[in-house]
Design a protein around this ligand. Structure first.
Ligand SMILES: Cc1cc2nc3c(=O)[nH]c(=O)nc-3n(C[C@H](O)[C@H](O)[C@H](O)COP(=O)(O)OP(=O)(O)OC[C@H]3O[C@@H](n4cnc5c(N)ncnc54)[C@H](O)[C@@H]3O)c2cc1C
Length: 702
């Protein structure tokens, strides 16, 4: 592969991500076939195109950054160049592969939108990647649908489902947003994919912020509006259509008052990422942070979807509370979500004050930790050489940590081998200051500063992407340790450590651009039980945090390698009322992620992650009962081993009580719509969900 001209590519990447698709005109789906040609003509063209060899997607990527410390960090670019030249030293140019494309021609169905136009449809041979194979963002799952549809209207979606349900077709449908899920939730090969976002978003990771709608989604599927009906004080209902992204909701909340109260509103919690659909995050039961915050799915008041009969159906929380527990976290099984009504809070202002604190003090090891439990390298890094010193640190800092656990938002990052931990916990300012805070945010230039920062973060992440993701390899020991230490130093050097008062949506999405840094990611939800005083027992968080650190250091001492090379991230959050939520039944939850860049070979990452998880899943409560430790549905779990147990079996086991309830609730939804649970499964499931929920093994998910 030829390496692109560096300066041109930098300019292009930054423009691409920050000037909202400068190449969009070229990539717009409509431009792939700007004139409607006949099926025969298209087949001929495609056949010729597909006979050519095409490069596959690379399976490696670059390291990452998580934030910038104001505008003065001009050292970033030279440092990345330095780091990257270190990486070039270990480049491997051998893994560019070529595949031949053999395609079976199929007839393109003529399905109509609400306005009579044809629904945008791409049979496999027309997908611009050539061989009809698509990948998720995490690049660990590939899938080859027979057709991809990009409908723009609800009528279009209804017509697709009716067509797929016909005896002649009998095809299964799965919907995708940004494909940010690391498990095989996508269609089985030869089935149907519906993307409510345009084809650009399905084919590439090029697309960034989406406030000015470049997603190619239909207008009807992009609407956001406040709706009446909420009687709770200081809350409002907000209806977001099926293709709405986090970035759009963020911008809507910052800029639109509701017509009745003339107030601004905010989602109380969210994932950090802005580039995902609310339909996707809610279907996967995603979450943010804060002991009083449940999951995004817990905020859902109403869901409208196209059901297995190809008809619009609604589940409403007030009218059908039990059914909503399944509908608001149903992994795409329900049908195609066309809108979700969320309960929002009055806009609040976050007093953010991110800080670096010594690793041993930020989350101190649990009381009773012996010095000899700390691997030697760790003792050296922490400068702790006696039991007395260790005990003193634990005694001095445990209460401080417990206090932070009670903050409105609570999150800790440890960049691997760094001596510090980046703490991002904050509370909301007094509502009395809301007007003042908004004025300061707007007129004090904070709004502009925030946008600029987001723009820069996006650009920098893109810049990191430049460094030839397909050619990186982790350097061998002993350079590997040095490489990771240097990377972590660079990243931590860029993280913000100054206090700012921000509108809640800005504080929740404090880091932009992370989408451009592909990662491997597993996340485990550990229940936080109540102690004898009825208070959350935060000590389990200390235990889980340090068990992971011990495993990583021990592995380094034994092998000289660091298959987990990016970060550990811990968030405190609440429980959930959603039937299939990993947090369901927990008073509070300790949510820990283990992240690596893509330069780490998948198998090596998996092996070390399995060791860490292997420790976590043995935890028990005060009554010696195993804790209900579960995986995040959207992060990678499929294909992992859980102390020798296959992932699907482990997952099924950890939800043995929830699964029958979930199916019963789904059956209730089906009955309300005049069809059966089996109709739902046949239309909207795939091999993974067939196996997990219905004990049907069709093979391709395993
Ligand atoms: C960089 C990164 C950061 C992340 N951070 C967080 C985090 O902070 N917290 C957290 O909890 N998660 C996080 N995630 C996970 C992420 O939020 C989920 O993967 C989420 O589902 C992504 O939304 P999406 O638009 O990509 O959906 P997809 O991954 O495309 O789809 C997810 C699921 O939703 C279904 N679906 C999507 N749209 C519809 C629809 N219209 N109708 C019916 N079903 C539909 C799909 O079938 C699939 O089962 C992160 C992921 C990444 C890549």
């Amino acid at each position: 592969m030829t390496r692109p001209n560096m300066s041109f590519s930098l300019f292009r990447l930054i423009c691409r991500n920050n000037l909202k698709n400068w190449e969009f005109g070229k990539e717009d789906p409509q431009n792939f076939y700007s004139e409607r040609v006949t099926i025969a003509q298209r087949q001929d063209t495609s056949e010729n195109e597909n006979c050519e060899a095409n490069t596959t997607q690379p399976n490696t990527d670059s390291s990452g950054c998580f934030g910038i410390n104001g505008l003065g960090k001009t050292l970033f670019f030279p440092l990345v160049i330095l780091l990257s030249s270190l990486q070039y030293g270990f480049a491997d140019n051998s893994n560019t592969t070529f595949i031949d494309n053999c395609c079976l021609k199929i007839t393109k169905p003529e399905i109509r939108e609400g306005n009579g136009e044809l629904v945008e449809c791409y049979p496999d041979y027309e997908l611009p990647l050539g061989n009809g194979t698509l990948m998720n963002w995490g690049m660990n799952i590939s899938f080859s649908p027979k057709y991809v549809f990009v409908p723009k209207t609800k009528v279009g979606i209804c017509n697709i489902v009716k067509w797929a349900a016909s005896d002649e077709q009998d095809l299964k449908i799965r919907v995708s947003g940004y494909r940010h899920t690391w498990n095989p939730v996508y269609p089985d090969n030869g089935q149907v994919l519906i993307s409510l976002l345009g084809l650009t978003y399905l084919m590439t990771d090029d697309s960034s912020s989406t406030v000015h709608d470049h997603t190619g989604a239909g207008k009807e599927l992009k609407e956001i509006k406040y709706v009446p009906g909420c009687t709770e004080p200081n809350k409002i209902y907000c209806k977001v259509a099926g293709a709405v992204t986090n970035d759009e909701l963020r911008a809507f909340c910052l800029n639109n008052q509701d017509p009745i109260h003339n107030s601004y509103w905010t989602i109380p919690l969210n994932v950090i990422l802005v580039e995902n659909t609310l339909s996707g995050t809610i279907s996967s039961i995603c979450h943010g942070a804060g002991h009083s915050n449940k999951t995004l799915s817990d905020l859902v008041e109403e869901i409208e979807f196209v059901n297995a009969k190809g008809e619009l159906q609604v589940v409403n929380k007030a009218a059908q509370p039990e059914l909503m527990r399944a509908a608001a976290g149903s992994f795409g099984l329900l049908g195609v979500i066309t809108s979700i009504t969320l309960k929002l809070d009055k806009m609040g202002y976050a007093l953010t004050d991110p800080q670096f604190v010594d690793l041993s003090k930020a989350i101190p090891p649990p009381i009773g930790t012996r010095l000899d439990q700390l691997p030697e390298k760790l003792q050296k890094d922490l400068c702790i050489f006696s039991q007395k010193a260790l005990d003193f640190i634990i005694l001095q800092n445990s209460e401080k940590f417990f206090d932070r656990c009670k903050d409105y938002y609570a999150e800790w990052f440890w960049f691997i081998l760094s001596k510090n931990c980046w703490i991002n916990t904050w509370n909301k300012d007094d509502p009395e200051n809301d007007n003042k805070n908004r004025c300061e945010w707007i007129y004090g230039g904070e709004a502009i500063y925030s946008s600029l920062l987001a723009w820069l973060q996006n650009g920098m992440s893109s810049f990191v992407e430049l460094f030839d993701k397909e050619n990186f390899k982790m350097p061998p020991p002993p350079f590997q340790e040095k490489f990771v230490r240097t990377s972590s130093d660079i990243i931590t050097g860029l993280l913000s450590t100054h206090p700012r008062t921000l509108p809640l949506p800005e504080a929740l999405h404090f880091q932009r651009g992370i989408r451009h840094i592909h990662v491997r990611d597993v996340e485990i939800e550990i229940p936080i039980s109540l102690n004898q005083d009825g208070q959350p027992d935060w000590t389990i968080c200390q235990k889980a945090w340090w068990d992971a650190i011990f495993v990583i250091y021990r592995h380094l001492e034994e092998t000289g390698t660091l298959p987990v090379n990016l970060t550990l991230e811990m968030r405190i959050m609440g429980g959930s009322d959603i039937t299939m939520a990993a947090q369901q039944g927990n008073p509070c939850t300790c949510s820990i992620e283990v992240l690596s860049t893509m330069v780490v070979p998948h198998d090596e990452w998996k092996a070390l992650v399995e060791q860490i998880i292997g420790r976590w899943i043995t935890y028990k409560d005060a009554q010696d009962k195993p804790l209900a430790i579960r995986t995040h549905w959207a992060k990678e779990w499929h294909g992992l081993q859980f102390n020798g147990i296959d992932a699907n079996d482990f997952v099924r086991n950890t939800y043995q009580e929830a699964i029958p309830k979930f199916k019963h609730q789904l059956a209730g939804i089906a009955a309300a719509g005049g069809y059966t649970l089996d109709d739902m499964r046949k239309r909207f499931s795939n091999s993974l969900w067939d196996d997990i929920f219905f004990h049907i093994r069709t093979g391709s998910s395993d």
